[in-house]
Ligand binder design. Sequence first.
Ligand code: FRU
Length: 492
Amino acid sequence: MEYTLERARRYEAEALRDISKLNRPQYHLTPGVGWMNDPNGFSFYKGKFHLFYQYYPYDTNWGKMHWGHAVSSDLVKWDYLPAALAPDSTYDHEGCFSGGAITLKDGRQMLMYTGVSVTKDENGNDMTVQQQCVAFGDGIDYKKYEHNPVIETKDLPEGASKLDFRDPTVFERPDGDYGCIVGSCDADKDGQLLEFKSKDGINWNYVGCLLKCNGKLGRMWECPNYFSMQGKRVLVFSPQEIRNMEPEFCDGNQTVCITCDEPEGEFKPKTKQCLDYGTDFYAPQVLNMPDGSKVMIGWLQNWDALRHNEKNRMFYGTMSIPRSISFKGDRLVQEPVKAIEAYRKGETRLKFALDDDLSRNERIKGRNFDMTVEVSPEEGETRYSEFSIGLAEGGGCVTLLVYDPEKKTLTIDRSKDGTERERFNERSCVLYGDRGDGNLKLRILSDGYTLEVFVNDGVNVLSAVVGTDVSAEGIYFGAAGKAKVETVFYNM
Ligand code: FRU
């Protein structure tokens, strides 16, 4: 099949005419049609937020990657624009993989992405390579640079993989040049981040290895972000195949944040934090907002937990809610962008007590909501030993959030969400800063098949996709022992 941009644009325009809005999330971005994974080129350009994404319009499975494109004025309501890139050139015929965007000094927007292609090695055998490419545009149409790729496998340092060299993030350096960090792995298959610089976005020079893993943090490091915030230098990236390193991380692919206190020079890691402790969040990008604050958006899925629960739909994949990020001390905290509050419908406030029982209320149910829950022990009583919330309950299914104040853990358990096949269903984390006194605050965003749980003002976040049919709308609260609960519930 020949993949051209024109064909993709024609196909998606046709498909969008037929696809009903029913069954889509209410306040999260999905692709108009087909498959979506990583966010790409998350940027503010010509007065609008632009989000590109890994995209295969023709199927709900991953295929030869295009870049889909959407724009928004508030980061919540998105309008689709025509696809921005198709894998139509010799250097990217196997896919236009992830990358970033930057506004050039002359006002054009430059997209930087990984072109995947098959060439021949020195013995004449087929060899897949990943190289960095650019395209220039006006916010709608982008023209690939005629001499792509701009960073080639021959620019790599000794030992770096030619196959695993992808996902450039591009930014303006303090010296006014353009900088770029690319994910890579070395000869031992350990993750590393490579830095390049350029005066024009086209001619790039290798600067050095910004950070490497030395066997301590998974394999290939995907989708790097590099920025300064509140006096720290920050790296956010997604290592593959983390194995049993430390309690902060579980096995598999996930997203980490590493900080460094020195403003320049060698990147000496100070803190290391997992950015989402649920089953589904990966490959986020961080946007520099016009006011200097930062917003992060991720793919609300994970390769390890991939599943096709979304039957009879013409699209697959959802973005997370955009999350405002900042540091409280050394801790990166996340909260949903304020703009989602404008999409709330109605308000239900409840206060109730639990005493070794379950409680539900007719006014609190549904699958598209924004709910805050605060729980604390009854005064003068011993602390309860467990607090739980049942979500998406109905038809024999329920997804549970379980808090254990003794262990200071929160667990998300979707093993009874109705999906026929075995996959990993449960994740737990020890809550940061929890005093063990039974006080807990949760903000839960549900949007059809997705859940995002922000704990104690965003010091921990857990995201998950649940497979349960959207007709399962039950919500209940339970405690082992005595607890008092306050909820504020909004439909979305
Ligand atoms: C991360 C990733 C990237 C790659 C893209 C391909 O999810 O594997 O490293 O560029 O997806 O779609």
